[in-house]
Design a protein around this ligand. Structure first.
Ligand code: C5P
Length: 295
């Protein structure tokens, strides 16, 4: 079996409404997510055992890495005893709310499902269940195109083709300060705040329905993220830069997921260099900043 090379795309949350806390400790949400052309690359080659090499020395490449956790879960689920040597080339920053680790895990599941003998392979339903077990953000990476998420992120509704067409190919600036934000920390802060820090599900659904019903509504009418409140309270550098981008270029920036990465849609033809310079002057030279498009 020849080796495989898969793209593991980043995602952004165009809409992220945390609607309440559940009895199992997780949170219910309503989200619209879209994959970007910004992606990690995962190469997978048949081998005697499972291993991972990663070009980013800062990232743990041991058993706790989501790629190897995906491999262990796949072997347990299917009973397959084979091995795969994974090589991961990172481009998506970690601790960003861009789903990089989750996407790598799903790319690993896809690779394993192709490299395993046919009688050990999982169907879509099995893959989705395994992905949900690995992380709330994982199942979305099994879907094609922008989708609506509900539950704790595992219930996936594809957008209609006309809705997808309003998003696909749109140009963005994606930027992240040198620090990351831990997802459990962000949820814990939300849970510790007033009950009003949640967005009631009915109101969030109405917000989404309004955007879906109006083909002329700009993408900015969809953008909202309830996780900004705890993140912005703790890290004022985030809202400060978004305000400066708005003032300098008239673009509306939003945080993705639990942060710390943010994004802003850019009109075609708007020069990106002044925006990159603004990000770096606010957040320092080690800030991550890149242009991207919705895949
Ligand atoms: O599922 P995942 O491992 O990405 O979740 C990390 C943490 O984020 C969970 O342990 C939980 O604290 C929080 N979380 C949540 N509700 C979600 C997703 C994540 O409370 N829907």
């Amino acid at each position: 079996m020849p080796s495989l090379v898969l793209a593991a795309p980043a995602k952004i949350n165009l809409l992220l409404a945390i609607t309440g806390r559940r009895a199992d400790g997780f949170h219910d949400l309503l989200s619209v997510v879209a994959a970007l052309d910004l992606a990690d690359t995962l190469a997978a080659e048949p081998a005697s055992e499972m291993s991972l090499a990663c070009d980013d020395a800062e990232l743990p490449a041991g058993a706790e890495n989501l790629v190897l956790r995906a491999a262990a879960a796949f072997r347990r689920e299917t009973g397959w005893g084979g091995g795969v040597a994974f090589r991961l080339q990172k481009r998506i920053p970690a601790g960003a709310g861009l789903g990089g680790g989750s996407s790598d895990a799903v790319a690993a599941l896809r690779a394993l499902n192709q490299l395993a003998p046919p009688d050990r392979r999982l169907h879509q339903q099995g893959l989705t269940r395994l992905a949900a077990e690995l992380g709330s953000d994982c199942p979305l990476f099994l879907a094609e195109g922008p989708v609506v998420l509900r539950g704790r992120g595992e219930l996936i509704e594809p957008l209609l083709p006309t809705e997808v067409a309003r998003l696909r190919g749109r140009r963005l600036l994606v930027f992240k300060p040198a620090f990351g934000i831990s997802t459990p920390w962000a949820y814990a802060r939300l849970a510790a705040g007033a009950p009003s820090s949640y967005w009631p599900a009915a109101a969030a659904e109405a917000w989404l329905a309004r955007w879906r019903a109006d083909p002329a509504a700009p993408v900015e009418a969809l953008l909202r993220n309830t996780m900004e409140a705890p993140a912005f309270a703790k890290f004022p550098a985030l809202p400060e830069l978004l305000a400066q981008l708005q003032a300098a270029a008239g673009v509306e920036g939003r945080m993705s997921g639990s942060g710390s990465a943010c994004f802003a849609f850019l009109p075609e033809g708007m020069p990106v260099a002044p925006l990159v310079a603004l990000v770096r002057s606010c957040w320092g030279p080690s800030a991550f900043v890149t242009e991207a498009r919705i895949a």
